[in-house]
Design a protein. Structure first.
Length: 253
């Protein structure tokens, strides 16, 4: 099914970017949001997740509704901010007019490289790839992997505003632009809400439309983030080894 095949990488793109509250104590930060730049927001988040002896762990739940499809997924990320390491595990489903596609994936980011292992259980297919880790707005790959890098289009506009999300004081990072695929362009707007005291993510809301009329049409998406910290000593020594997610180096072609 063409639509589902297109949506899988689209969903995976966003999932590297949601409403749970942080389990970290609020820092009581008194923000003048009007004075913040995007780099300040990213720097604040990077500082918040860099806690000696701890690993930052976030669970992201995503729901997407489109004109001819729906999708849901759950992804967990473990971030060692000091060593610039990330591990990601995710599962998801895309429901189309004719079928449902299930997929599972893992990613490990180490030494500036993202190692990906993706599985489609029903089709008994899997693939392993590597890409260069993306960094943006002055932070390392670990912080960029969580917040994402909404700077894919030269026409992108970004605004920062003070907001409230379900009664919680937040910083809203609003971006608009386009996502580009091999044969698709997707105008998109998104708002990422971050806790005003900790800069930890709360939720992300997005909507857009595939311009190709043969494709999926419009969509709306909502991510929610659940943040916590765990002791670094509680994870296995090989936790950030690509082999631990099932990654196998592809054979030379």
């Amino acid at each position: 099914m063409r639509g589902a095949a297109l949506l899988i990488p689209f969903a995976l793109l966003f999932l590297a970017l949601g409403a749970g509250c942080s389990e970290q104590d609020e820092a009581g930060l008194d923000l003048d949001v009007a004075m913040l730049a995007v780099e300040d927001v990213y720097a604040g988040f990077a500082k918040a997740i860099n806690r000696p002896g701890d690993i930052y762990q976030v669970t992201i739940t995503t729901e997407m509704e489109g004109e001819s499809f729906s999708a849901e997924s759950t992804v967990k990320l473990w971030v060692d901010a000091a060593q610039d390491l990330v591990r990601e595990e995710g599962t998801g489903k895309t429901h189309g007019e004719e079928s449902t596609v299930q997929y599972e994936w893992g990613r490990v980011t180490v030494n500036g490289t993202v190692y990906k292992h993706v599985v489609q259980p029903e089709e008994e297919s899997k693939y392993d790839t590597t890409v260069e880790a993306r960094t943006c707005h002055g932070v390392n790959a670990a912080a960029s992997a969580v917040l994402g890098c909404p700077g894919w289009d030269e026409d992108l506009t970004t605004e920062i505003a003070e907001a409230r999300y379900h009664g919680q004081r937040a910083v809203a990072l609003m971006a608009s632009g386009s996502l580009h695929f091999e044969d698709e362009t997707t105008p998109n707007t998104m708002t990422l809400y971050l806790d005003a005291s900790t800069f930890l993510p709360i939720a992300l809301e997005s909507e857009g439309a595939f311009e190709d009329p043969r494709s999926l049409g419009g969509f709306k998406m909502r991510m929610t983030f659940k943040n916590r910290f765990i002791a670094a000593e509680s994870i296995p020594d090989d936790f950030f080894d690509p082999a631990s997610i099932g990654y196998v180096e592809p054979s030379p072609s």
